[in-house]
Design a protein around this ligand. Sequence first.
Ligand SMILES: O=c1ccn([C@@H]2O[C@H](COP(=O)(O)O)[C@@H](O)[C@H]2O)c(=O)[nH]1
Length: 273
Amino acid sequence: MNRQELVNLIKEKQSYLCVGLDTDLQKIPRHLLSHPDPVFAFNKAIIDATKDLCVSYKINTAFYECMGIRGWESLQRTVEYIPSGLFTIADAKRGDIGNTSTQYAKTFFETYNFDAVTVAPYMGRDSVQPFLSFSEKWTIMLGLTSNEGSEDFQLQRSGDEYLYEKVLKAGMSWGTPENLMFVVGATRTSQLGAIRKLVPDHFFLVPGVGAQGGSLQEISAQAMNKDCGLLVNSSRGIIYAGNGEDFAQDARNAAQELQKEMAEHLAAHKTFA
Ligand SMILES: O=c1ccn([C@@H]2O[C@H](COP(=O)(O)O)[C@@H](O)[C@H]2O)c(=O)[nH]1
């Protein structure tokens, strides 16, 4: 999916919601455990209940990889089940020396046909470039993350700027707004406005709304641009909104609440029409 298609989708659905499929066998409703693939059964119900409300699904690969071959099979069934035309993200946070990064990129872009993969930029340009060289695919580089530990490195000064600012500037020189997004945590609202000034055009993937307490109102006010420029992720807040027979309806209600608020923020924005 290219940038214009993503922007069109946001306009059409009045939503910049990304539903996170962080599916944990310990947390899904018990009645699904007798299914041959309980993770897929859960994801299928969540996708059916939310697909008209979101523009994207993010599969955090950790929740699948930990189950070995069965997890990879659930991941494949899930990504193939997501309706075409929705933006798919493999949240894998990869990055290694160049030839290894190429194999990671092939895994997610070719074998599993995701639109985007998250990349950890610590190893620098040659670890990120292989992801960027795939046409019509997206690299989503960690910028300023939502967790407390972002203070350990990202929020340390490096010369006259924060390390995360250096990372964002480097990323902008490696990729373009057509093939590169940045992860900016929803909990980092005090930096969000400054980050949008520094990075006016790129899309941000913003996790941390819901379970981590980030505010959709704050994110939208500070970081929406003329193309929206935001994919706001909620995982636990949606998929575990309920735990009974009607868990999918509960997930839908949680997603709908966010989508309604998003429609209001889009309507209120000066230049997004
Ligand atoms: O800075 C980051 C980067 C990635 N994540 C991931 O996003 C989701 C958030 O899940 P919630 O349940 O909505 O808190 C999860 O997959 C994280 O690994 C992040 O939270 N922060």
